[in-house]
Every structure is written in structure tokens, then in C-alpha cells.
Design a protein around this ligand. Structure first.
Ligand code: IMP
Length: 184
């Protein structure tokens, strides 16, 4: 049994779909926790995991995700949560007005505490910020992010489709392979 710690029900839905497909039991520990303010997603994820293992004291994982926009020098990156709650998707679209390069990437870093040590698994997807929000699925920046090679935003995809191309889907695949190789 693996515990996934998050306060975000969409993250749990996406991740549990992948665990269920592979027949691996997963439970949701719905919990909000403080995040370190640091320059990269890997450090934020690791710091949260190190603090929570002192409280949870059994195997669990968590993840941290950031949206990195090339022409904004990686902004909002580790500040993605704050920016989503302040200027939001409309603010991002405004920042990219006047013909700015719209290339962007999502990065997810999972930190998995196996009961003894912490292992990290990273996933990323390159794409572009759309000109207008589109779609009603997903959450957060999904309506304005179009993965490379598609003409849809993540919010126009089902959870299965999103998992097949997404940052989170890639990171979770790596975690699942690790667990199935006997590391849980
Ligand atoms: P956190 O990983 O929960 O700190 O997420 C940072 C910010 O990015 C939050 O505002 C989330 O809503 C947003 N976010 C995280 N994952 C995704 C995703 O898969 N799609 C779109 N936005 C996301």
C-alpha cells in the first residue's frame, strides 16, 4: 500500500488512475503542508518529503509541479502556486502579449519515502502557452497549456489522455516501475 499526500483532488485522481491500471493499491492522505520557497521544484519536493517523513513515518510520496515559461526566464516555476492564485491564467496570457515566445514546460518531481530513504522521479512535458484558455477538464494551468505535437490544451483532454503525455504521467510511470521492480 502506497500513500499519496496531497490536498489536490485532481492530482489524486490522475495518479490513482495510473496505479489502478497497474493493480497497485494507493491511498490518499488529504493534507496541506507548508512548502519551502526555493528556486527549483526538485528542492521544494525533497524538503517537503524530508519534513513529512518525520510525521507520517511509513512509506508515502508527494509531488511538486511547476510551469516554466521560456521567454519569462522560467517564471512562474517554483512560484506556480502563488501565481495561479494571484494573476492566474489571464495574467500569464497578458504577460505573453506582444509576440513573446510562448514555449513552456511543466516539470513534476515526485519524492518517495520508502520507509528508509527518499527517491526522486522527475517528469516533464514541453509545449506552448495557448492564445486563449480552452477546455473544462483538468485544473490549474491546464486550459492554457498545449503539449508539443497536439492541438489541444491539457484541459481539453481526458485524464487518460493527459496522463499519456503529461509531466505527472511521466514521473508516475517512473515511480510505478520502481515499485514493480520490488522497491516498495
Ligand atoms: P503544486 O505542485 O500543487 O505546488 O502546483 C503549483 C501550481 O501549478 C498550482 O497552482 C497548480 O494548480 C498548478 N499545477 C500543478 N500541476 C498542474 C497540472 O498538471 N496542470 C496544470 N496546472 C498544474
Amino acid at each position: 500500500m502506497v500513500i499519496f499526500v496531497t490536498s489536490n483532488k485532481h492530482k489524486f485522481e490522475e495518479i490513482s488512475l495510473m496505479f489502478n491500471h497497474r493493480g497497485i493499491p494507493i491511498t490518499w492522505k488529504r493534507m496541506k503542508y507548508e512548502e519551502l520557497q526555493a528556486d527549483d521544484t526538485r528542492t521544494v519536493s525533497l524538503d517537503s518529503c524530508m519534513r513529512l517523513r518525520e510525521v507520517i513515518r511509513k512509506p508515502f510520496f508527494l509531488e511538486d509541479t511547476g510551469l516554466y515559461i521560456e521567454s519569462l526566464k522560467g517564471f512562474p516555476g517554483p512560484y506556480s502556486s502563488y501565481v495561479a492564485g494571484t494573476i492566474g491564467n489571464r495574467g500569464i496570457l497578458d504577460l505573453l502579449a506582444h509576440g513573446r515566445n510562448r514555449s513552456a514546460a511543466f516539470i513534476t518531481v515526485i519524492s518517495y519515502f520508502d520507509g528508509r530513504e527518499i527517491h526522486q522521479f522527475e517528469g516533464s512535458v514541453k509545449g506552448a502557452i495557448s492564445y486563449e484558455p480552452a477546455g473544462s477538464g483538468g485544473f490549474g494551468y491546464d486550459p492554457i497549456f498545449m503539449p508539443e505535437g497536439t492541438s489541444k490544451t491539457l484541459a481539453q483532454m481526458s485524464d487518460e489522455e493527459k496522463n499519456a503525455v503529461s509531466h505527472r504521467g511521466m514521473a508516475v510511470s517512473k515511480l510505478i516501475s520502481f515499485i514493480l521492480a520490488g522497491n516498495a
